[in-house]
Design a protein around this ligand. Sequence first.
Ligand code: UDP
Ligand code: MG
Length: 395
Amino acid sequence: METPILSVIIPLLNESGNLALLQERLALALAETGRSYEIIYIDDGSTDDSLEILCALRAADEEHIKIISFGRNFGKTTAMVAGFQAAHGELLITLDADLQDDPAEIPQMLAPIEQGYDLVVGWRKERMDRAKKKLSSRIYNTAVARLARIELHDMNCGFKVYRRAVIENVRLYSGLHRYVPVLAAWQGFLVTEQVVQHHPRHAGDSKYGTGRAAHGFMDLVMVLFITRYLRSPLRLFGWLGFFVLSGGGLINLYLALLWFLRLLGLADVPPIGTRPLFSVGILAMILGVQLISLGLLGEMIRYFTYRPQEEYVIKDAETPNILYDVTKGNYITDIFYEFESEKAVMFGRNTDDKVLWVPKSAIKGGWNKDKNTPQSISLSYTPKNFGWIPRKKQI
Ligand code: UDP
Ligand code: MG
């Protein structure tokens, strides 16, 4: 199969009543775009006959359909990660399986990408969900938009279009799929929204209950920490600890002064040990020291896990990149493409004069043999021991 330009990723859990119609609408909409495509269904441990239905659909269209099937329910984020890993496209589209979003709107969702945006988030302006869900979602979206300083109305819409670079730089785990726009914007990607029609669920039940709000809140705390203090934990814990420690110190200083005055017979105050404020002062001092230590511990982890290529995100896909051999610490120079029979192999030579071979099967994303330049695969291929370093940042 040639490298598809669009990869549609669909996480699903017990959606047997929706899949046939979804596939039909998807195939129609995607054919209309005139681009090559693949559809990746991730069965997130369904217990109904979703998997059988998917297999039947694939039998009818083996060229476009891929199935990933989990042994148990790992959750939507993990299902999406599996889909992203398997995807070959330059643009990745995520969609819920319940037909609440209409695949016919894919062309509209792709339009902002043409204008240069990196991530397009669906905005369900009129939501077709129950009132309770709509209200909680509105509160949630306003809170996240304020706290994360991002102007989006509907963070958590399942309908999104990503450039490959976004997916390669955003780390998704636990409930972080809800915050992809925040994490992407933090990395410097251009994020925008596009109004989409929202429909009631075609069949089946919603998979999320009230537990989601509680988890979502903790995930938000994590996202705020990641986007603000991940790279310098001491700036959070250090200052927090400093203020708590100073507060405790001042309290105890005040009590000590009174104690002296009492010793000298100048003040008639109760003994220091009987005052509740004494406990507060001591506790605050201990807590302050612990917070500072926590910050230092964070800095220590940061120091020993330092990887220069993770310190920044390259935005400009056209920047010529060169391979950097992380294990040996030398650069791969002389990158060029050669074609051996059907399989293209990339050769590179490192500063030790060793040749690097890369099988074509390992290369995801655009393969542009006419251009004969490495940048067409630069953002999509990172073998284990090699990192792409832009020439710009080369010393
Ligand atoms: N989903 C999943 N794994 C889960 C929960 C949900 O893959 O553990 C899928 C589900 O099948 C659907 C999408 O995630 O395709 C969104 O779920 P749902 O429609 O239930 O969420 P809601 O629209 O009610 O927020
Ligand atoms: Mg839904």
